[in-house]
Unconditional design. Structure first.
Lengths: 338, 343
C-alpha cells in the first residue's frame, strides 16, 4: 500500500488543473504503464464519462481497454472482480455511488471477502470509482455519501480525495493496491482547480491542511474546502482551527488524528454523510477512545441531516455542512475557552 | 454418440461420478456425526452427470466458479479430496485454511475461482475471467456453474447479456435439480425453457439430460470449444434430480414421496454403468473396483480431515487484506490499548 509509484514524465506537475483532469491523467498514466489496466463502466468510453473524467481515453487505448457497458451495475463490478482474479487490473466505474446499492452483493459479499473466504489464495486488485455527494441538485438517488457502507465492510479500502493532487496520486495508488479500493469522487469537485504537486503521501496518511491549536476540524472530500473556509473565518476572530484531511477512511490514520485532538482538546467532525451510524459516528468513537483524557468538550459531529437528499437548491445546500455552520459549531465548541 | 466420445472419457465419466458420490456420501456421514463445520452442507448426489459431464469437457487452464452445491464439480476438475474434506471440517489444512468451508472452496491453481453462497453471486466473475482471457490472449474458457435457482436472479441475466455482447469465451452451466431449497422450479418460474431464455440473450444454448453424462459431455464440449474459438458465449442447462434435501439434514417433507422415488431412479451413475456394460466396455468387477478405489480415497480424505489441526485463533485476522498491510487489531487488544492510553 505504501510502495512508491513510479513517476511518469509527461504529467504537468506544478500547473493548475481540474480535479477531473487529474483523475484522467492518473488513469492515463497507469494505462500507459501497464497493459493490464482497463476501464469499465457505463458511458466511460464514447461519452467520455458522465462528468468528463475519461474523455480521450477510448481514443488512446481502444475498445479492448475502455469498455462501455450496458446499465448493469452488479455485472460491472462482478466482471471487474473476475478480471482482477485472472490477470487484469480493472478500474470499474459506477456513475453514481447511489448505484452501488444495485451492486452491493458483488462489492460487499464478493470483492471484499474473496481474499478471506479463500484463505488468502488470491486478492481482488480492482478500483471501484464512483461519484458521490451533493451540490448539483441531483436528488435523493444521485447525491448520497455512502462511504460508511464501504468503511463498515472489512476488506474494502476507501479513498475520498479532496484535492487535485490527491485525485491524481490516490487514484494511482489505488490502482496499485492489492486490495479492492472504493474510490469516491465528489461531484462538486470535478471542476475545481488546484496545483498538481509532484508527490502526495500514501493511502492511510492523513494530512493537516491548516495548522491550529484551538480545535481540530476532522474531515475529508468536499467538506475539506468548507472547513478551510470556516477556519479562515474563525482565524479572523482569533480562533485557530487545525484542519485535518483524512484522505482515506480505510486505511485510517488514527495516529495523526489522535495527536491533533490531544493537542487541541476539541474535535469537530465534518461530513456530508448522514449522522446515524454514519462515518462521523465511527470517527467520534475512535477519537473518544484515543483522546478521552485530553478532551475539553464533547466531540461534536456536524454531518449531513438524517434525511434523503432533497433537490431544491436551498434544501440541498441546507442538508449538509456549510462553512457558516462549521464556523458556528466551532465557536460553540470554544465557548468555555479559558 | 459413442463415436464422438473417446472410450477413456466414457470410463472417466463413470469413475468421476462415483468419486463425487463417494465424496458426498462421506461428508454427509461426517455431518451426521457432527464432524463437519456447521450445517451448511449441500450435497450434489443425483447431479453427478452434470458436474462430471461439463467439468471433464473443460481443459487445463480453464477457469470456473461454482455454487453452494459445488463439491462435485471441483472433484471432477481435479480438486484434492483431502484438502476439500479438511476445509469442510474447518481445519487449517483445508483449501481455504478453514475460513471458507463447504460453500467457499476455491483453488486458483486449478482455475477454481470460488464456490459461492449467494445464489448467482459467482456468475459475473466468469464474465471477467472471459474478458481477461480475451484481452490477454490466455486461450482459456471460463464456466459458471449454478443451479436452477440462479436462473431467477438478475445478475445471471446481466452476465449473460455482457458475455453474449462481447463474444467472450464463457459458458453458463445451469444444473437444474428441480428445486431451489424447498421450492420446485415450476413454482419459481412461469416458463421452464431456460435454453430459450438464454437464446434470447444471444447465447448458443442447449438443454440436456443430466442423467446421461455422455450427452452432457458432448454438448458441453461443443459449447466450450466454440467459445474458445471466439465464436461466442454459450449456455447449457442439464436437467436432473436432487436425491437428498436442500441441506443434509433436510428430509424434504415438501416433496411428494412418489416424485422422490421416481426422481432417484434417474441415476446418472447407473445409467452410465449400464451403458458401458451393455457395450462390453465395463465389467461388474471393474465397476466395483471403481467404488473400492473411491471409498479408499474418501477414507484417506476423512482421516486427513480428522487428523488435521484446527486453525490457530490468530489466523482469523489474516487474509482480510494483503499481507503487506497490518491485519485488523483484535477487539480485546484494542480495549487494552484504550485503557492503557496507547491507542
Amino acid at each position: 500500500m505504501t510502495s512508491p509509484v513510479p513517476e511518469p514524465q509527461s504529467v504537468a506537475f506544478g500547473q493548475e488543473i481540474e480535479y477531473r483532469a487529474a483523475l484522467r491523467e492518473a488513469i492515463r498514466q497507469e494505462m500507459r504503464a501497464d497493459p493490464r489496466v482497463i476501464l469499465i463502466g457505463e458511458e466511460v468510453g464514447r461519452y467520455g464519462g458522465a462528468y468528463g473524467v475519461s474523455k480521450g481515453l477510448l481514443e488512446e487505448f481502444g475498445e479492448a481497454r475502455v469498455l462501455d457497458t450496458p446499465i448493469s451495475e452488479a455485472a460491472i463490478v462482478g466482471t471487474a472482480i473476475g478480471a482482477a482474479m485472472t490477470g487484469l487490473r480493472p478500474i470499474a466505474e459506477l456513475m453514481y455511488v447511489d448505484f452501488a446499492y444495485l451492486a452491493m452483493d458483488q462489492i460487499a459479499n464478493q470483492a471484499a471477502k474473496i481474499r478471506y473466504m479463500f484463505g488468502g489464495q488470491i486478492g481482488v486488485p480492482m478500483v471501484l470509482r464512483a461519484t458521490m455527494g451533493t451540490g448539483r441538485s441531483s436528488g435523493a438517488q444521485h447525491s448520497q455519501s455512502l462511504e460508511a457502507l464501504f468503511w463498515h465492510t472489512p476488506g474494502l479500502r476507501v479513498a475520498l480525495p479532496a484535492t487535485v493532487s490527491d485525485a491524481y496520486f490516490l487514484l494511482r495508488q489505488a490502482i496499485h493496491s492489492p486490495d479492492p479500493v472504493v474510490f469516491l469522487e465528489h461531484k462538486a469537485l470535478y471542476a475545481s482547480k488546484g496545483v498538481l504537486q509532484d508527490q502526495a503521501p500514501p493511502m492511510g496518511v492523513a494530512v493537516s491542511r491548516r495548522p491550529g491549536q484551538h480545535l481540530t476540524l476532522v474531515t475529508y472530500s468536499r467538506q475539506l474546502h468548507h472547513c478551510l473556509q470556516a477556519a479562515d473565518e474563525l482565524a479572523a476572530e482569533g480562533i485557530e482551527a487545525e484542519v485535518l484531511d483524512l484522505r482515506t477512511l480505510n486505511p485510517l490514520d488514527l495516529e495523526t488524528l489522535a495527536q491533533s485532538v490531544r493537542r487541541t482538546g476539541r474535535a469537530l467532525i465534518v461530513t456530508e454523510d448522514t449522522l446515524t451510524a454514519g462515518a462521523s459516528a465511527e470517527l467520534s468513537a475512535l477519537i473518544q477512545e484515543a483522546c478521552f483524557d485530553y478532551l475539553e468538550e464533547p466531540i461534536l459531529r456536524l454531518s449531513g441531516e438524517d434525511i434523503p437528499i432533497p433537490v431544491s437548491p436551498p434544501l440541498e445546500a441546507g442538508s449538509v455542512p456549510s462553512p457558516d455552520r462549521i464556523a458556528r459549531a466551532a465557536r460553540r465548541l470554544l465557548r468555555r475557552r479559558g | 454418440m459413442s463415436e464422438t466420445i473417446p472410450v477413456a472419457t466414457r470410463l472417466e465419466l463413470l469413475r468421476t461420478m462415483i468419486r463425487i458420490r463417494a465424496f458426498e456420501e462421506r461428508v454427509g456421514e461426517l455431518f451426521l456425526r457432527g464432524e463437519t463445520a456447521g450445517s451448511m452442507l449441500h450435497l450434489s448426489v443425483g447431479e453427478e452427470g452434470a458436474a462430471a459431464g461439463i467439468a471433464l469437457a473443460m481443459q487445463p487452464g480453464d477457469t470456473f466458479t461454482t455454487h453452494h452445491r459445488g463439491h462435485g464439480i471441483f472433484v471432477a476438475r481435479g480438486g484434492d479430496t483431502q484438502r476439500m474434506m479438511a476445509e469442510i471440517a474447518g481445519k487449517i489444512t483445508g483449501y481455504c485454511r478453514g475460513k471458507g468451508g463447504s460453500m467457499h472452496i476455491a483453488d486458483m491453481s486449478l482455475g477454481h475461482l470460488g464456490a459461492n453462497a449467494i445464489v448467482g453471486g459467482g456468475i459475473p466473475a466468469v464474465v471477467g475471467a472471459g474478458l481477461a482471457s480475451k484481452t490477454l490472449g490466455q486461450g482459456s474458457v471460463s464456466v459458471a456453474f449454478f443451479g436452477d435457482g440462479a436462473m431467477q436472479q438478475g445478475i445471471c441475466f446481466e452476465s449473460m447479456n455482457l458475455a453474449a455482447l462481447w463474444k467472450l469465451p464463457v459458458v453458463f452451466a445451469a444444473i437444474n435439480n428441480q428445486y431451489g431449497m424447498g421450492t420446485r422450479i415450476d413454482r419459481a418460474s412461469a416458463t421452464l425453457d431456460f435454453a430459450g431464455r438464454a437464446r434470447g440473450f444471444g447465447l448458443e444454448a442447449v438443454e440436456v439430460d443430466a442423467t446421461q453424462p455422455e450427452r452432457v459431455w458432448i454438448a458441453a464440449s461443443a459449447l466450450i470449444e466454440r467459445a474458445r474459438a471466439g465464436q461466442g458465449a454459450g449456455f447449457i442447462v442439464a436437467n436432473g434430480y436432487r436425491f437428498y434435501g436442500h441441506a443434509r439434514k433436510d428430509k424434504s417433507p415438501y416433496r411428494d414421496p412418489a416424485e422422490e422415488a421416481e426422481g432417484r431412479k434417474r441415476d446418472p451413475i447407473l445409467n452410465q454403468k449400464n451403458l458401458l456394460i451393455g457395450e462390453g466396455l465395463l465389467t461388474e468387477t471393474e465397476y466395483e473396483a471403481f467404488w473400492q478405489a473411491a471409498n479408499l480415497e474418501m477414507d484417506a480424505a476423512e482421516s486427513f480431515a480428522k487428523q488435521s489441526e484446527w486453525p490457530g485463533l490468530s489466523t482469523m485476522f489474516e487474509d482480510v487484506y494483503d499481507p503487506s498491510s497490518p491485519p485488523p487489531v483484535p477487539v480485546e487488544e484494542r480495549l487494552n490499548r484504550v485503557l492503557g492510553g496507547a491507542l
